[in-house]
Design a binder for this molecule. Structure first.
Ligand SMILES: [Zn+2]
Length: 562
């Protein structure tokens, strides 16, 4: 009987996976899959869209096509995925390869033609269907660390035919993982002002008791009313110490399913709502992400499956209940948390209402404008998740606008009307953000229309006007003026800007535009002489770099090659 049961279970899971082709996609590297990041793991502003595959701390590993297909998109950008390649396959899926060091020769030639035509390092191309066909096991690129990548790795995605990223492990790629997820903290939350947890009406951390089995007990809590729970949890695979994300969380109340969070697939439209899913206030203050196992209003995430009462449980007086959480990784290694709950009606002392005299109400479902002096802040409809009182005060040119503890769905706008603002350097003003007690200005993306300077941001905080009068610096790294550099493969310069930051750069040799790759992490611009643009013996190099308020510097040098 037992054997039969095992067989039956195996058949079930094989059937469950068969909706995704199993032997279609190969590991895009020729080393075994070791992950620095799993699918949908929690990042600060999004769920991770793919796998981060470790590349042995090296760059330059061969990247193979996961399957045959055609190149449907190429994107080269300073940030994000850096150099990225998209391949669409005959079965409708698209694979994505990010943070590449470079592309294969034929792709490199194809892209450089576009870069030279547009005179821009950053390009995005959508080659036609079947314009660039790729074969199975073709080397299409080399792994790297370009864009917003914190170390060498390959970012690999599989997207369905609606551009939704899916867990690539659903397609049979193999990762060694025999370890179950682990839990670092459990919290209980009151749904409204009538609920209590251990006599209080606030988020309460519960005492977690690890068991030898790897599961956890929680010290019995006393509660009353509608409450929800939150968990901080990670998973480690066998071959690396990286703390990765889990793949499924379920909760049960007295044996009945309460909520399931399933990280199989999501759409890019919803990924920003991670700020609603995790406890944003806790994340911003403690740097740890609590996953809330209940659904608050304005939370459209499709990761929730079959919620009962939005994941909240109702605790009545003089009852005994059990709430359980089951956390699984992709390999179905699982960890259970058991929370015994005693229903107990307790009256709580209500704190005197918050002093909200300096706070302004910002609505979630309609626009709100806050004005004081020459500063106006615009929140459009659906910027916040809840109607919220936000501290709003303008003193001289400093705007105190709450703290970055409240999640935003989209940008809000800060406007300074400079019509009557006296400054010797009107045109070099920018809106800066200030952190903590350090009076160091950080540039906030802004634009100017007439006398109005407008910054857009998704984070509350303290802002003020700052002036940037210092143009960027440009220094040669591997060559000197008036020297021969015949044997050099690359031309490298360092560009830096201390306040508003670099906005653009342009390099020419003998008046002709040359491609220079900008790496913001090392502040370097690099030209590859193999582009074959520099052909003369005597060459006049000119580089112009401009910062975000329009200060610019020009660097000129002569070099010789034969
Ligand atoms: Zn990644």
């Amino acid at each position: 009987m037992k054997q039969f049961l095992i067989l039956f279970l195996l058949t079930c899971s094989a059937y469950g996976q068969s909706e995704y082709p199993q032997d279609y996609f190969r590991n895009p590297l020729d080393i075994s899959l070791v992950l620095a990041g799993t699918f949908a793991e929690l990042r600060s502003t999004h769920f991770h869209g793919g796998l981060d595959i470790k590349t042995q701390q090296k760059e330059g590993l061969k990247v193979y096509t996961a399957a045959e297909g055609y190149v449907s998109r190429i994107k080269v950008s300073h940030f994000g995925y850096g150099k990225a390649l998209y391949i669409t396959h005959p079965n409708g899926y698209t694979t994505v390869y990010g943070h590449l060091k470079k592309f294969s020769k034929r792709l490199e030639d194809y892209i450089k033609e576009c870069q030279y035509e547009k005179e821009s390092y950053e390009v995005e191309m959508f080659p036609g269907v079947e314009e660039i066909l790729v074969e199975p096991n073709e080397v299409i690129a080399y792994s790297g660390n370009t864009g917003s990548s914190g170390g060498p790795h390959l970012h690999f995605e599989i997207r369905d035919n609606q551009e939704r990223p899916m867990n690539p492990l659903l397609f049979g790629l193999e990762v060694k993982d025999s370890k179950a997820p682990y839990v670092t903290a459990i919290f209980a939350y009151p749904k409204d002002e009538n609920a209590t947890i251990n006599g209080k009406n606030e988020r309460t951390e519960l005492r977690l008791i690890p068991r030898k089995t790897g599961d956890y007990m929680v010290e019995e809590i006393k509660a009353h009313g509608a409450i929800g729970f939150g968990v901080t949890s990670n998973d480690k695979q066998d071959l690396a110490p990286n703390k990765n994300g889990v793949s499924n969380i379920q909760s049960f109340f007295n044996g009945n399913k309460s909520l399931e969070v399933d990280f199989k697939r999501f759409s890019f439209d919803e990924t920003k709502h991670i700020k609603r899913y995790v406890d944003y206030e806790y994340y911003k203050s403690k740097k740890s992400k609590i996953q809330k196992l209940f659904i608050e209003k304005n939370n459209p995430l499709s990761l929730f499956k079959n919620p009962y009462d939005n994941g909240y449980v109702m605790i009545k007086d003089s009852t005994s209940s059990v709430y359980k959480i089951r956390i699984r990784d992709y390999h179905d290694n699982e960890t259970w948390v058991t929370i015994p709950i005693k229903g107990k009606l307790e009256t709580i002392k209500k704190d005197s209402i918050d002093n909200i005299t300096t706070k302004s109400l910002v609505y979630s479902n309609k626009p709100t404008t806050l004005t004081s002096g020459f500063v106006t802040v615009n929140f459009y409809e659906n910027t916040l998740y809840d109607d919220t009182y936000i501290n709003f005060k303008v003193s001289s040119d400093t705007l105190f606008l709450g703290e970055d503890r409240i999640p935003m769905q989209k940008n809000f706008y800060i406007n300074y009307d400079l019509s009557n603002y006296k400054s010797e350097h009107q045109e070099k003003l920018f809106i800066a953000r200030f952190y903590g007690n350090y009076w160091k200005p950080y540039y906030v993306t802004s634009s100017r229309k007439g006398n109005v300077l407008t910054a857009k941001t998704k984070a509350l905080g303290t802002f003020a006007l700052a002036t940037d009068l210092t143009p960027p610096t440009i220094k040669p790294i591997n060559f000197q003026d008036k020297k021969w550099i015949s044997k050099y493969r690359y031309l490298k310069v360092k560009i830096e800007d201390d306040l508003s930051g670099i906005s653009k750069y342009r390099a020419t040799v003998n008046g002709k535009w040359i491609l220079m790759e900008y790496d913001y992490k090392t502040n370097t611009l690099t030209h590859d002489f193999n582009d074959n643009i520099v052909k003369d013996t005597k060459n006049e190099l000119k580089i112009i770099v401009t910062d975000n308020v329009g200060n610019s510097s020009t660097f000129e040098a002569t070099f010789f090659r034969k």
